[in-house]
Each structure stands twice: as C-alpha cells, then as structure tokens.
Design a protein around this ligand. Structure first.
Ligand SMILES: Cc1cc2nc3c(=O)[nH]c(=O)nc-3n(C[C@H](O)[C@H](O)[C@H](O)COP(=O)(O)OP(=O)(O)OC[C@H]3O[C@@H](n4cnc5c(N)ncnc54)[C@H](O)[C@@H]3O)c2cc1C
Length: 467
C-alpha cells in the first residue's frame, strides 16, 4: 500500500520528543476505509505514540458559503463520537473570521513526531501541503485515499477513457480488494493538546454558520445532508433499489436513477473502494454493475489523473491541440445569444430546460450528469468567448454544487470543451467540439417531468429528492 499511496514531502528528522503523530484530515473525512488514517495509525504504533486527528474549517477558502459549511459541519459530531471510541483524539476547529486564531496546524505540528495528511490533486489542497512542509521541522507524508487505483500507478496524463481503461482493469485485481482497519495501540487518555476545538450540537449549526465571515447567499441543501451516516443511507438505497436498473435509468434525470453520491465522495465521507466493493457484491445484473463501475472507477480516476499531471487543469490550456486550433478558428463566430453571468446564475434564459438545470443546481446543490453536460455546452454557446464560458462554468459549479472543487469538476467542465473526447463534425461556435442542444437532448428523456421536478425545490419547497 505504502509504495503507491504514500509520498514523503519533506525528509526532515522525526521529532524524537514528539507527543503524538498528527493526521491533518483535509479531504478524506471518514474514520474508516481511509488509507491516510491507517498510515497515520501505523506510524503512531511504530513510534509508540497516540494519534491526533485535526480537521479545520476556515472562512476564506474559495466559494466558502452556507451550503458547503453546513455539509461539512453535519459530519463533525459523528466523527467525534467515532474517534472517541477508537481512542484517537479528534479536534475540529471552525475559524469564523479574521479575529480567530490562525496557524493551528503549524502549532500542532510543533509537538508532533511526524505529520500525515491527504494527497488530493486539486483546489487548495496541494498549496496547503506545500505550506505545511515549509512551516514544520518534521517529516510530512501525504497519502492518496482518493480512488480504487492509486494515482501513482500512472506515470503521466492519460489522453482519454480509452487509454486509461485497460490499465485500470489490469490493476483492479490488485487494488479492488478488502480493506483492513488498523487499531491504535496507545490511546489518547491524558494527552494534553494545545489547539482550539469547536464543540457544538448539531442544532446549533445554523447559528455557528451565521457567525462566519462567508457568503450567506447560498442556502444549505434541503435534500443532501452532510456526513458519513447520510452517505451510507443513500448508498444502501442505491444498492438495493436503484443499482439493478442503473444501466437503463442513469440517463433519466427526471427519475431517482443514479447514485447521487458524488458529494459524499467529494468530501470523503464515503470511499470509492467501499462503494465499489458493495456494488460488486450486490444482487444486480452485470450490465448495471459494469455501467456503474465504469463511472465510479474509470471516469472518476481519469479526472484525478488529469488534475494530478496537468498543471493547467483549471484553465482552457489543459485542452488538446485539436481543440485549441478549432477554438482559434471559431473564436469570432457570432453567438445566437449573449447572456450575462448574472442572467445565467439566475436561470433567466429563453430555454426552459436549461433554466430548470440551473434551478436544480441552485436549489439542491447537485446536477444530474446527463443534463450537466447540456448545461455546460449551452454556456459555451451563449457567452462571448470560450474563456468567459469556462470562468462562468467554474464559478457556478464550484459555488453551488456540493461535489464541486473536485477533479471531476474540472474534467467535466473541460469535457464540454472537448477534453477526453474526439473531434466531431465542424459547426459554428463549437468548431469540432461535440455539440448538444436542448431540443435534441430534451427528447431523450421526459424533459417536461424533469422541469416540473426541479420546481418542487423553489422557495424552500421539497426536502426530499423524490416522494
Ligand atoms: C459540466 C460538468 C461539470 C461536472 N462537475 C462535477 C463535479 O463538480 N463533481 C463531480 O463529482 N462530478 C462532476 N461532473 C461529473 C458528473 O456529472 C457527476 O459526477 C455526476 O453527475 C454525479 O452524479 P451521481 O453521483 O448520481 O453519478 P452516478 O451516475 O451514480 O456515477 C457514480 C459516480 O461516478 C463518478 N462519475 C459519474 N459520472 C462521471 C463523469 N462524467 N466524470 C467523472 N466521474 C463521474 C462520480 O463520482 C459519481 O458519483 C461534471 C460533469 C459535467 C459535464
């Protein structure tokens, strides 16, 4: 496991006088099925030390808002309970505003023998990891618990699904296997730790959030509740009721026909390995399982591969040369509509289906995969430049979607511009990039039902996805 999942970022000496091993939990927010936690426990046991798990939530990360904060806070108390049972000290610190204490990880690291943290290939995490290396005098390890196959099994950026798929399938017998939880030898009783710890009851979450200096314009999701328990509940429903027909229902956004687990995967409440094993062992037709595992493993891990190896993953520079060429040739094509960022955000366009997709995103915090592609393609068609389209897509996706700010966010957005795809027949504005219209896409599912379904969430309406 260590060889492929663990990286040593700073080769400094272990602090022989350290009081604990520090695991800084950033993305894999779970007390089980977590390779990073397991590695930290193993190191603590080797050193004969207890383990401190630290999780922080700051007020100034990009797109910080009530929806994202709530989803994170809803997962805190169940972790506190779980770690207490495991004999591991868990600290959660909510930094509300500029006046609150800073540099908590660096402070905790001063008394740590070593630091372990999560290897996540995009958003603010790579910067966090570089910063903690610069600020500490002990070894810093990062551990990849993102996917079924470790990212380090690939040496470079893969061109498309068809290039990574055979490699993943070859590696599955080695990595799609059960996970062994390790117990801590030395529990945390009597351990003195100098760090702020925000202890709260779940009913106080709205009040806590109101006190944070974040964007209060995006309400918590009425239907997706944060935490591992909520994720497991959805996983059980998916495996028993939805998976058997997934190959037929996954492209029907008007139905409860896909897993809708991406937010739980993004925040690490569930591990893709545990989901994949549940699916593999489920009572369901092979074609359903294969269709699902293709999305969960091949497509998802292609995205992680892109953000790990392509430093331009958050811009149009990540696109292949054939796309760059076709965009240059069509940059000045006249657009049939030019909507402002504000019109798009409010869902004020001529297209009822598109407005409904934007409504699903704004009101629930997620968008179904099938319509998400159309959503992105239409933003390209209706803005003045490809660059403007990319920046609006990134902003809306990352601001409203619980699963945003993820490798899948960037791969999904760039897919709308031809990433991981092939050239298609040339046309206005899109050039050789694949084109989608609401007219033709909307005929492939019951779009009227979908539009009506999105209206149930308006003005604080429905609190369940489907009745
Ligand atoms: C413009 C655009 C933006 C996107 N932004 C995001 C995002 O911010 N976060 C995100 O997780 N996904 C994103 N996707 C990919 C996809 O739309 C979502 O993963 C999917 O809608 C999640 O729904 P689900 O959990 O019901 O998927 P299911 O159909 O149940 O699939 C199972 C899992 O496989 C993975 N998966 C599914 N489709 C894809 C895909 N096309 N690429 C990579 N992995 C996939 C997800 O982890 C998903 O939870 C985006 C796609 C597009 C076109």
């Amino acid at each position: 496991m260590d060889e492929k999942r663990v990286s040593l970022l700073s080769d400094k000496p272990v602090n022989e006088n350290g009081d604990y091993v520090l695991y800084w939990m950033q993305m894999f927010k779970r007390p089980v099925w977590n390779h990073a936690l397991n590695f930290a426990i193993r190191k603590a046991n080797d050193l004969g030390l207890p383990l401190v798990v630290y999780e922080g939530l700051k007020y100034y990360y990009p797109w910080a808002n009530d929806r994202l904060h709530t989803f994170i806070l809803e997962g805190v108390n169940e972790k506190r309970e779980a770690f207490e049972k495991l004999g591991i000290r868990y600290l959660f610190y909510l930094q509300r505003n500029e006046g609150d204490p800073k540099q908590t990880v660096a402070g905790l690291a001063e008394r740590a023998a070593i630091v372990v943290t999560d290897d996540f290939p995009c958003f603010i995490i790579p910067g966090h990891n570089d910063a903690i290396v610069a600020k500490t005098d002990v070894p810093v390890y990062t551990v990849d618990s993102n996917g079924v196959v470790p990212m380090a099994c690939f040496e470079k950026e893969e061109y498309a699904a068809y290039t990574i798929r055979p490699k993943i399938h070859k590696l599955l017998p080695e990595f799609l296997t059960s996970f062994e939880e390790i117990e801590i030898d030395k529990n945390d009783s009597g351990l003195e730790v100098d760090c702020p710890d925000t202890v709260f009851d779940d009913e106080d979450i709205p009040e806590l959030i109101a006190d944070c200096d974040i964007d209060h314009s995006v309400a918590p999701s009425p239907v997706y509740k944060g935490g591992r328990r909520a994720g497991l509940k959805r996983l059980r429903k998916f495996v028993s009721d939805i998976l058997p027909g997934y190959h037929e229902t996954r492209n029907k956004p008007e139905k409860d026909g896909s897993s809708r687990l991406s937010a739980y995967l993004h925040f690490g409440y569930l591990s893709s390995l545990e989901i994949a094993l549940e699916v593999q062992n489920a009572e369901a037709p092979d074609e359903a399982k294969e269709a699902y595992l293709e999305e969960l493993i091949v497509r998802r891990e292609l995205s992680y591969n892109m953000t790990r190896f392509n430093p331009d993953y958050d811009s149009l520079d990540a696109l292949h040369e054939w796309v760059q060429k076709t965009m240059r040739e069509h940059a000045s094509d006249e657009r049939s509509y030019n909507y402002s960022a504000e019109d798009l955000e409010q869902g004020n366009t001529h297209d009822e289906l598109w407005n409904a997709i934007q409504r699903e995103l704004r009101e629930t915090g997620e968008v179904h995969n099938y319509v998400r592609m159309l959503w992105g393609k239409n933003i390209i068609a209706w803005t003045r430049s490809y660059e403007e389209a990319f920046s609006i897509l990134e902003h809306l996706n990352n601001k409203y979607c619980l699963d945003g700010r993820n490798p899948n966010s960037y791969a999904g957005i760039l897919w709308c511009f031809g990433k991981h795809d092939r050239p298609w027949m040339e046309r206005e504005v899109f050039g050789k990039i694949r084109y989608m219209t609401s007219n033709s896409t909307g005929k492939k599912f019951r779009s009227k039902d979908y539009i009506e379904w999105t209206k149930r969430f308006e003005n604080g309406g429905a609190r369940t996805l489907f009745d």
